[in-house]
Design a protein around this ligand. Sequence first.
Ligand code: G6P
Length: 608
Amino acid sequence: MCGIVGFAGKRPAAPFLLDGLSKLEYRGYDSAGIAVFCDKIRTVKSQGRLADLRAKVDTVSHLDGTLGIGHTRWATHGAPNDINSHPHTSMSGRVSIVHNGIIENYIPLKQELEAAGVVFRSETDTEVVAQLFDYYYEGDMIDTLIRVIGRIRGSYALGILCSDHPDQLVAVRKDSPLIIGLGEGENYIASDIPAVLEHTRDYYLLEDNEIAILKADSVELLDLNKNPVHHDVYTVTYDISAAEKGGYEYFMMKEIMEQPRAMRTCIGSRLTENGEVKLDKIRLTEEQIRNIGRIHIVACGSAWHAGIVAKYVIEEMTRIPVEVDLASEFRYRRPILSRNDLCITISQSGETADTLAALREARANDVHVLSIVNAVGSSIARESDDVLYTMAGPEIAVATTKGYSTQLAVIYLIALKFAAIRKTLKPARIQELTQALINLPDQIEALTKMDQRLREMATENADKNDVFIIGRGIDYGASMESSLKLKEISYVHSEAYAAGELKHGTISLIEDGSLVIAVATQDALYEKLVSNVKEIKARGAHVIAIVKEGCTDVEEVADEVIYIPSTDDLYTSSLTVIPMQLFAYYVAIARGCDVDKPRNLAKSVTVE
Ligand code: G6P
């Protein structure tokens, strides 16, 4: 959601800004712009894709300054048009700002400035910051910024240029991600690492309300009292190719295909030679684990779907009651929390605003927070008591695939560890489950090879406007994620339904030609699901069944059958989701959708 880049160096800034923005496209955007200090601050902005911005930039001469900022905007306040896109310039033209986040009190501030004669051009909350900055400015950018921060409320990552200071770029953040890239004779700001990866692997992570002053040869970090701040330099460990498409048409397909490897890394590094789970260096003690009264899982989107599956798995293995909440609900519903509870937050990006707020709510109630995160050093990772990284590598496509799969893997590991400590499973059963876990990456790999078959199936069904995905128990949880994949990238209306609930209303929507995908991988529930399929078939639906190897009798009732390799019933979600990811991908391709950048969606939702 919104991407920020900034450059202070000795060569023209514009090429860096445009390339950097292209690496942040995955975050979701509907307009883009750059501002470069030349003889004055020159701004080029465009609605639409980066290609439109590049075309405009090409028509501007003398955009060769060496200091600049850039932005991809995901519209919140005001339509996605040229005027509302960033950078925003103050009335005098002296100050230019890019912003990610939301300024919650922008209306009273705007009224105040208008009363003082300031004329606004856009409908955005961001322009208020640019105008306020200019209004307070008396020659020192840092003093001004500190005053501005004292007035604005909400979340922000800001990159600021002032034409009186043609050699420095100033940045600050609060509840919105921003990194400071450290180059040779040049330095950068960016919302995320891929934007700078071609130029440096070294970066600082800013904490809330820390200010960075970037010049070509220096980076200075200050707190709000202007005291110097020291941070360790982080170094990106993954290869640059991990953030590139590597020959695939879309990142999403690359990431689907990376799942076996990601799962091997995630699981393999957490099993000892004797097959025991070791959960990194978490602070949560065995004593605390034995005493957990209740687990609250909090997340958004696909991570929440991983949480739904987690409820079944953790309750079954550890007998600890688990509640699963959408972070946006949890944070406002005054959840009942006790000291012996454990809160698990799940987030690929580690920056989702609602999940971060939920985490803070839990910690404020003295509840230990263990987070499952992919992005190393992200806000959620840093603010949690413990973090278990999913180690999936950078995920660029908006629709998560390897992020979700590795979240499930970490959940299985947690459940196994807790079960061992709490002795809720016999050692032989733990061994059996551990072996099944070790087998998962190969089984996922086998499923990714069904690529062509899924392509045909998807192409044949790409004209469907409504798809129902049904399952019971864990299969219901997996159905939710499968349904979201279809909605997100192919814009096909789809609903996940608990199969037993279908006849309490939704079955009235099933008619000749409706597509129903029935997930039936749970031994104890299999026959019940087959009966549900019969009911649906009787109403004319076309049925694709997803079942475990050997369940061939389903061929008598379903039109098509996808077999997944045999695994423990607790782990089947990790397998059923693979063909569904491929199915959604190919339906999206057949419908001509932009798979990696679905309309209206953002990869990292950093506002409420
Ligand atoms: C956005 C993305 C989803 C993702 C959700 C949670 O809505 O489009 O794919 O599941 O955020 O993101 P997180 O980074 O917290 O896992």
